[in-house]
Design a protein around this ligand. Sequence first.
Ligand code: GAR
Length: 194
Amino acid sequence: MNLAIFASGRGSNFVAIADAIKQNKIRAKLRILICDQPLAPVVRRAQALGVRVILVRREDFYRRADFEAAIIQGLESYKIELIILAGFMRLLSPEFVRRYRNRIMNIHPSLLPEFKGARAIKDAFDSGAASTGVSVHFVDEQVDHGPLILQQKIKIKSTDTLVSLEERIHTLEHKLYPRAINLVISRRRSSAGK
Ligand code: GAR
């Protein structure tokens, strides 16, 4: 199974998935990183791990359809079968999502449908909620939305700071995302009779 990771930032989930593949905990090939931010740390991290990086900057294209056509070209030339969004901070069009229906996974740092959006951990912390969590789901046409694959809750302790909560959420993400990817891959293999 050929994977592409899409990321825009730090890349800690990218590294966790790449490590899980290296250790044969995920039976798949990480073929490419698609990144829209040339200076993002994830680019250096991918290069250090020997993963090919395809940089696609939105500003280089007038229309979103052309930007996505460049991404699709990359996906097709590497025969990508599963797309893993790991902090890819750009919305994909409904056309793109339909083309890859049930083949795009996303991780989000909250118990969806709570706290969608780009500041989910801070929003949960500021809300005074007793718990939050991590969700992995298939992507549909709405933001941070689609069929759930795995979800895990975390208690927000009275001693937590935003930083300590962020650390605990990220640690959980690094375990949950490889597990969810494995689940999807094994379901695909068994339904394909392999
Ligand atoms: C992760 O916490 C991920 O859940 C979040 O971006 C972060 C990327 O971190 N994604 C979203 O908020 C999607 N709405 P990383 O670059 O260190 O993997």
